[in-house]
Ligand binder design. Sequence first.
Ligand SMILES: [Zn+2]
Length: 148
Amino acid sequence: MSEFLNWLLEELGKISEDEIVDPNQPLKSGDRVVGTLESLQVKKIYTQRGRLMREATELNLNLQEMAPDVNADGGDHDPATCKRCKLRRELDSLSEKAIFLDKLFWISVRSELSEENQIEGERMEADGVGIRSGWQIVFFKLKESSLL
Ligand SMILES: [Zn+2]
């Protein structure tokens, strides 16, 4: 199996049930609840996605605080020894994984919806699928109709 898939399955396997993080987003006007996410696996993907995003944010801050070129002491810049380049490589890899997990999460949520749900979403011309406190799955509209 691939390095990445191994890593992903291992990380998800390490998350225990009480480590799962609730989306903690109250329902907003324009939301229509169409179901509740039950899958532990998908909840773990959400949790891991959040961890990676926080890590990436932290790394990014560290990177910004770092001097533009650590090897500016007269020597040639070498990405092999430059601490900043090393950190940037880590950040690139982390960001890529976070983006992938985000996609994976939303594909997984959408896959939990029935065709009736999908049709409901189309009828209300929803702008997208969202997740709210208690793992409620919603279709949301960005601009609430003034008539409702
Ligand atoms: Zn560098």
